[in-house]
Write a protein that binds this ligand. Structure first.
Ligand code: IPM
Ligand code: MN
Length: 351
């Protein structure tokens, strides 16, 4: 297969982890006879510094005309402590999600046999966890009406959802549940929010189309608690943008490291693959960041092109590196800590 992939390294550790994913993908292409053409493009703080815009039109053109986008991370501390900054790196990410129509964010949570004891949660609670949070990504409070009034003393952000936005996300959730253990949980705050009541109503009317799927409805505050208490109770979770943002960070604790969890964002033609961790600026340029979440995001990419063997080969080599202790300092536990680039080289060599 021939794949044109836009490569958006972004900020902080982004370029370093992306480099390793490219090595691994190129090794896969060599082994399974594919051709991958990479087209790098600017996004994030680096794009602001270079062209004054976090998601330049040129970058959008490259993404929109590719088969997929592989993305590193976005964000720089110089913007975080400056509430007056007019352009922020994060706006680039939001614009990209919106312009590429990436309305569904797929964030799996699973455990790695060799890392179970890294999680702060008890082994018996988490062993065998395998759930997916499907987060709505282009609506809700992230994109609702916002502003200031009363001379700036009042600020508002509104959570708005249209029925079709909930339907298209829920459809993906139902379809995903059908391929898995046929359990779908709609997470909302319908005891308080009108937008959440529309979510419930919409999902309820879709239940009849998927009679085999067992659907439950839970409030987000309760799920925040139950997710780390009994993660194995969940299979596919569908939820609004902000709730999903929070719950997916929480869920990453189950696996023991945020450095491990991949994600995909899908919707229209081109999908985007990225680690769920951030730009980790403290580690930028030091060759110490964990590249595995990005490498595993590349596995999700292959999976979506029905290249199942290739995806499995990536997951296998990652598991092998974890079992052998070929890991970066966040996972080395006092043992030898490998550099980001060394882990990437080892993975590529062992594909
Ligand atoms: C994420 C991030 C982003 C979000 C930020 C960087 C805008 O936290 O991808 O989860 O909130 O969606
Ligand atoms: Mn987040």
């Amino acid at each position: 297969m021939k794949l044109n992939i836009a490569l958006l390294a972004g900020d902080g550790i982004g370029p370093e982890v992306i480099d390793q994913a490219v090595k691994v993908c190129d090794a896969i292409a060599g082994k399974y006879n594919h051709e991958i053409n990479w087209t790098p493009a600017l996004t994030g703080a680096i794009a602001i510094d270079t062209v004054g815009e976090p998601y330049p039109d040129e970058t959008h053109e490259i993404c929109a005309n590719s088969d997929a986008v592989l993305f590193g991370a976005i964000g720089h501390p110089k913007f975080d402590n400056d509430p007056s900054a007019k352009v922020r790196p994060e706006q680039g990410l939001l614009k990209m999600r919106q312009k590429l129509g990436l309305f569904a964010n797929v964030r799996p949570t699973f455990t790695f046999p060799s890392l179970i004891d890294k999680s702060p949660l008890k082994r018996e609670r988490i062993e065998g966890t395998d759930l997916i949070i499907l987060r709505e990504l282009t609506g809700g409070v992230y994109f609702g009406e916002r502003g200031r009034k009363d001379n700036g003393d009042t600020a508002f952000d509104t959570m708005t959802y249209q029925r079709f936005e909930i339907q298209r996300l829920a459809k993906k959730g139902f379809e995903m549940a059908m391929k898995r253990s046929k359990k779908l949980c709609c997470v909302d705050k319908a005891n308080v929010l009108e937008a959440s009541r529309l979510w419930r109503e919409t999902v309820q009317t879709m239940e009849k189309d998927y009679p085999e799927v067992e659907v439950s409805y839970e409030f987000v505050d309760a799920v925040a608690m139950r997710l780390v208490q009994w993660p194995k109770d969940y299979d596919v979770i569908i939820t609004a943008n902000l709730f999903g943002d929070i719950l997916t960070d929480e869920a990453s604790v189950i696996s023991g490291s945020m450095g491990l969890m991949p994600s995909s964002s899908v919707g229209s033609k081109v999908s985007l693959y990225e680690p769920i961790h951030g730009s980790y600026p403290q580690a930028a340029g030091k060759d110490i960041a964990n590249p595995l979440a990005t490498v595993l995001s590349a596995a999700m990419l292959f999976e979506d092109f029905d290249l199942t063997q290739e995806a499995q080969a990536i997951r296998d080599v990652v598991n092998k590196s974890l079992a052998k202790g070929i890991v970066t300092e966040d996972l080395s536990d006092g043992g030898k800590a490998y550099k980001t680039s060394e882990v990437g080289n080892w993975l590529a060599a062992n594909i």
